[in-house]
Structure formats: C-alpha cells, structure tokens
Design a protein around this ligand. Structure first.
Ligand code: ARG
Length: 276
C-alpha cells in the first residue's frame, strides 16, 4: 500500500444554494413534489466548503441567480485546464441561463470563456486525468462536444458511453483519485455497470488498478467525490468504497449532501475545479 499519498491544494469554484430547489425533473432522481429542507441543504453545503478550507483548498464563490435552482451544481459550468475555460451549453432549457451567469464570473476573474457549439455540461461529463480527458456521453454531453474539447485543449479525449439514466453524468459514475500530477500514477474509482461493455473495457485497459465501486456506493453518490490526491471528500453512505479507499492509502473525509441527492447531485456536482 502506498504510504506517501500527497494532497495538492486546489482552487474550487462553488455556488451557494440560496435558490436551490427541485422544481422540474430532468433526471430520475428529481421529483418536483419532493420537499427540500432548505436550511439542512444550506448547512450541508457549508460543511462541504468548511471541509475544503480545513484541508487547505481555496474556494471562490459565484453569486447565485434567482430561478436557477440547479445553479448550485457548479461542476456543470465549465472545464478549466491550464487557465483556459471551455464553457457549457446545457441540454435542459431550464438550465441554459446558468452558462451566462458563470461566464460572467469567469470573465470578471480574468478568464476568457469558449462557448461550446454542442451540448456540453462541463465537469459533469469531462474528467481530466493523467494525459487524457475522459468524456461521458449518452444523456447530456454530446460526442460532437467531445471533439470540440479535444480541438480546444489539444488533449486526447476518450469518449465513454453511459448506459444507466440514474448515472446520467460521468461524474456520477467515476471520479479521479489521483490526477497523475504528483508523481503517482493517475488513477480513478468507478462503477462499471454505468458504462457500455466497450467503454468498460477501455477503462479497464487504461486503469487496471482502479478502485471499483459497488451498486450501493453508486446509488449513494459515492462516485460523485472529490479527491485532492490524499483526502477524498465522499458521501458517508458509500461505505464499501470508503473502505476500499482506505486500503489504497486514501483518507475519506465524509460530507453528507443528502438534500442535494434529491436533485441528482452530490459533492463533485457542487464543485468546479479551476486548474491554472
Ligand atoms: N439537477 C441537475 C441536473 O440534472 C443535477 C446536476 C448534477 N451535476 C453533476 N455534475 N452531476 O442537471
């Protein structure tokens, strides 16, 4: 077991859940009659931000906009690599205005923003790891957008087919444990059944030492986690996965975002990484 996992400080962008609610249903987790406990949601989100800061990560915040209840899911706003921002174009009309709100923040912070031509939901479906960007498709982000991402960044994009509507974004089925920047081999954790057979095989070839999650882990949003290379911010309900992570030398930091699961989101969904 590796004994020298090294955390790398990250810069995150988040959005306070001031207007968070479940008002429409654009994934199987969402039931518009579900009651969201607004205070509980806010407390859970605050706990996530506190956990990030306590572990040395910096957190910027974008101003939430009324009538955009899903804007809290900052991961969908963009993919940022080497200070270059590839923005978003949402599948659902209800979420489309979010792109502009985030673009305004990025521009004010000194970034140019490239607007995709095809539906693309940011880090929800685009996951940089090692020398590649893993890219999900099937429910939201299109293959055409994958091609755009490759042209824009000049980084090889590996398209992965998602097959289960409950795992509609790549970041509900897979997350990066180690991005390969600190000398460790790049590695991921994932739930194989969320992918087509060919995509599963491709993942197995790329990451033979990946940590495999159970169905229960996936249903508990355990794959919607954030790792800094040592600490893994993870749902406390993903027990089997947390145990496996410990055996691989990682330190799980449990953060419960159960109110956000009602919208189909978790820890990673609430977190956009700004890579400089
Ligand atoms: N309700 C949102 C949607 O369906 C949840 C987004 C979750 N974000 C994520 N990165 N998986 O679009």
């Amino acid at each position: 077991m590796p004994d020298s996992r090294v955390p790398r400080p990250r810069r995150f962008l988040v959005c306070e859940p001031r207007h968070f609610a479940v008002q429409y249903a654009i994934n199987p987790w969402m039931h518009p009659d579900a009651q969201v406990d607004v205070d509980l949601a806010h407390g859970q989100w605050q706990a996530l931000i506190s956990a990030y800061r306590a572990h040395g990560h910096s957190v910027d915040s974008v101003e939430p906009v009324t009538d955009l209840p899903d804007m809290v899911f900052a991961a969908n706003s963009a993919l940022v690599l080497a200070g270059r921002v590839f923005g978003s174009l949402f599948h659902a009309p209800q979420r489309r205005p979010e792109s502009t709100a985030y673009e305004t923040w990025f521009k004010a912070a000194g970034f140019d923003v490239h607007r995709p031509e095809s539906v693309c939901e940011g880090e929800g479906d685009l996951v940089p790891v090692g020398r590649y960007v893993l890219a999900g498709t099937g429910f939201r982000t299109t293959r055409e957008a994958h091609r755009e991402v490759q042209e824009f960044f000049g980084v090889p994009v590996i398209s992965l087919q998602l097959v289960d509507p409950r795992f509609y974004h790549l970041d509900t089925a897979l997350f990066v444990l180690d991005d390969g920047s600190g000398g460790h081999e790049a590695n991921i954790a994932y739930y194989p059944e969320a992918f087509s057979p060919g995509s599963r095989e491709a993942l197995d070839r790329l990451f033979p030492d990946a940590v495999i999650a159970t169905h229960e882990d996936a249903m508990a949003f355990g794959l919607n986690s954030v790792s800094d290379g040592h600490h893994v911010f993870i749902s406390p309900r993903a027990e089997a996965l947390a145990g496996r992570l410990v055996r691989h030398g990682y330190v799980p930091v449990p953060v419960d975002l159960s109110e956000f699961h009602k919208a189909g989101g978790g820890i990673k969904c609430c977190t956009q990484e700004i890579r400089s």
